[in-house]
Each structure stands twice: as structure tokens, then as C-alpha cells.
Write a protein that binds this ligand. Structure first.
Ligand SMILES: O=C(O)c1ccc[n+]([C@@H]2O[C@H](COP(=O)([O-])O)[C@@H](O)[C@H]2O)c1
Ligand SMILES: Cc1cc2nc[nH]c2cc1C
Length: 342
């Protein structure tokens, strides 16, 4: 059970009056105004400030990847984890620019990495099982993943963070995310499957077929969100879901990245609908299916840059907009101060 309270709407009118009183025509800051309202609802209406924003990148491997559903082999997950640790990936660059602390969490890549003290060990196994043949993981692993993620979020909350962003790395994880989407939204797999790392039409047809096979195989388990995660999830998706729920419990802002992170958000909201209040959707990915997931969550992402990289890159690029929203809310002069009458 999650102790997630919906945001307090008691001060909505006051927050909106503050926004409307700034030195600008009514509504002229567009979506930043909606964002400022949400930030003030979550963090409190008096000078809401973002503190210690942290980007958590969850990495794991997927049994389904051995069936050739990606342009890259599973080894690339580990190679990219090293890249994150050395500071050479897109997410490192964007986090440095945006002022995000970056943390990389091994949720279950193919084999453990040793002698890298910066890498957080939250391994649930050595990659999931191929979900077209058996469950990706046990329900016990889902619960354990939630517990580990909760502890990590509690650590960041204790450090004074009030905004967490979630990214991921895992070859094969668009297959898992598409399967989750189809199961959760009861949609045709064809509408959920996309090109991931850039597969061609032939590979995409196989990917779709394997996911359809999996959803048929696990049909009796797909009636609740935990069952969906166990049947077709990934260790990083499980931990992102648990981390989002834990962040909402702590009343932290949650910055959601692309297709895979949104699949985790979908499951989190199915488990605890109030978690939605804390989520800011950063970027609409180019991955087919993302738009439909966002629609289902009634989310209008801040950016649409045609990216399909994951890693948390969309979320990192959106942080300046979050600062802009809290900044204008806290710092702009009011029409009244200036004696402007409009
Ligand atoms: O986040 C997205 O929207 C996104 C869309 C396509 C691909 N990715 C990244 O690409 C990897 C998964 O792609 P694939 O083809 O191996 O399933 C994984 O490491 C993700 O971070 C991420
Ligand atoms: C090189 C590479 C980098 C990535 N980052 C996230 N997913 C990725 C997939 C590949 C293949």
C-alpha cells in the first residue's frame, strides 16, 4: 500500500491569483503557468523552489533481447553504463548543463560491474527471463524492486531533494514497455510497438509477434499492475515504477522522461492514481505509442524534440523549464507593484 495524498487544492485560487497578478497579460506565459500551478501545489504556494534535483538512471537487461528485437546486443547496456560512469553519454552532458546530480543504478544488467563505487547496486537478477516463453520475473522480484527503489528515494529525500527525474538504459526495453502499454491500456500491440533503437520493418514485425505471444501466454496474470510487471516488465521499469510511487509519497516532483519511463508512470498511476499529481511529463518521444500513453495520462509534455534516446535525456532538457516556471512565480513583479492597470 502506498500513502500517497493527492495534492492540496486549498490554495489553487490563491496560486492562480498570484500567477495572474504578474507583469504580463493574462495567460501569456502559456504552459509555464500550468507548470507553476502544479509546482506550487506540490511544493507549497509560498516561494516554491527546486532543491537538489537528482536524475536517477536505472539500467537492466532483458531476456527478450536475445530474440533480436533491437539493433544492439545486450552487451551495449553494460557498455553504456560504463559510459555513464565516465561522463561521456548524452545524459551526462545534459545533466551537467541543467544542474542535475546524476546517479546510475544497476537494477540487473547481464553481469555485475565490480570496482565502481559510484554505481548503485540494486540488482534483481542477471537480466529478466525472455517473456515470450515465461514470466520476466517473479512477483517477489517486483516487490523487492519496489522496496529497493523506495529506499533510494528516501535517501534523496533525506538529502533535501524535492525533484527527482527518472531515466533508463536497457537493450530490449522498448519491447517490455510496449507490452506493458498494450496490457495496461488493453490496446492492440501494433499501436504500442515502435522502432526502439531503430529496427527495420521486418524486425518490428517479429517484435510485435513476440509481444502478442507473451500477452497471450500471460493473459491470466495481466489483470493487475503487479502481475503485468512480473509477466512482461523489466528490472529497471519495476524500480522506476516503485521510485515514482515513493517520490509521490514524499511529495516530490517527478520528472518523467520518454516511452519507457512513461510506461512505468502508467503502472504507478494504475496502482495509486494520486501519484499523477506529482508528475511532470518532459518530452514526447518519437517512439510510436508514446503519444497514446501520454493521452491516456492526460499529459501534455513540455518538449517535443523528436528524440528517442531514453537515458533521462528528455527530462534533463526540461529542467530549465521547471526552473523558469518556479522562477517567474517567485520573482516576477506584480502589475499592482508597478501600478499597471490592464
Ligand atoms: O525513452 C524513449 O522514448 C526511448 C525510445 C527508444 C529507445 N530508447 C532507448 O533505447 C533502448 C531500447 O531500445 P530497444 O530497441 O533496444 O528496445 C533503451 O536503452 C532506451 O533507453 C528510449
Ligand atoms: C548506443 C546506444 C545508446 C543508448 N542510450 C540509451 N539507449 C541506447 C541504445 C544504444 C544502442
Amino acid at each position: 500500500m502506498f500513502a500517497i495524498s493527492p495534492v492540496n487544492h486549498e490554495f489553487d485560487q490563491q496560486i492562480q491569483t498570484n500567477i495572474d497578478s504578474k507583469t504580463k497579460p493574462l495567460g501569456a506565459l502559456g504552459e509555464l503557468e500550468t507548470l507553476a500551478l502544479q509546482i506550487a501545489q506540490v511544493l507549497g504556494e509560498v516561494r516554491p523552489q527546486i532543491h537538489r534535483p537528482a536524475m536517477l538512471v536505472f539500467a537492466a537487461d532483458h531476456g527478450i533481447a536475445a530474440s533480436g528485437v533491437s539493433i544492439a546486443p545486450s552487451e551495449v547496456t553494460t557498455q553504456m553504463v560504463y559510459n555513464f560512469l565516465r561522463g561521456g553519454a548524452a545524459i551526462n552532458v545534459f545533466c551537467r548543463q541543467a544542474g542535475f546530480t546524476l546517479e546510475v543504478i544497476d537494477c540487473g544488467i547481464a553481469s555485475p560491474i565490480v570496482d565502481e563505487p559510484e554505481l548503485i547496486n540494486q540488482r534483481l537478477g542477471a537480466g529478466t527471463q525472455p517473456f515470450h516463453r515465461e514470466s520476466a520475473m517473479t512477483l517477489g522480484a517486483v516487490k523487492q524492486g519496489f522496496a529497493m527503489a523506495k529506499e533510494r528515494v528516501a535517501f534523496h529525500h533525506g538529502q533535501g531533494s524535492n525533484l527527482l527525474a527518472f531515466g533508463e538504459m536497457g537493450i530490449g526495453n522498448t519491447s517490455s514497455a510496449a507490452a506493458i502499454m498494450a496490457a495496461m491500456l488493453n490496446m492492440d500491440v501494433a499501436a504500442c510497438v515502435g522502432r526502439g533503437t531503430g529496427i527495420d520493418a521486418q524486425v518490428m514485425a517479429r517484435k510485435q509477434m513476440l509481444i502478442e505471444q507473451a500477452l497471450h501466454l500471460h493473459r491470466d496474470q495481466l489483470t493487475d499492475p503487479y502481475g503485468v510487471l512480473a509477466a512482461v516488465g523489466g528490472f529497471e521499469i519495476v524500480q522506476m515504477t516503485g521510485a515514482m510511487l515513493a517520490a509521490a509519497e514524499h511529495k516530490m516532483l517527478i520528472l518523467v522522461d520518454g516511452f519507457i519511463a512513461t510506461a512505468a508512470a502508467l503502472v504507478a498511476v494504475a496502482i495509486a492514481p494520486a501519484a499523477r499529481d506529482y508528475m511532470i511529463f518532459a518530452h514526447q518521444s518519437d517512439e510510436r505509442g508514446h503519444q497514446l500513453m501520454l493521452q491516456h495520462l492526460k499529459a501534455k509534455p513540455l518538449l517535443s524534440l523528436g528524440m528517442r534516446l531514453g537515458e533521462g535525456t528528455g527530462a534533463a532538457l526540461a529542467l530549465p523549464l521547471v526552473h523558469a516556471a518556479s522562477g517567474f512565480y517567485n520573482e516576477m513583479a506584480s502589475l499592482q507593484d508597478l501600478g499597471i492597470e490592464i
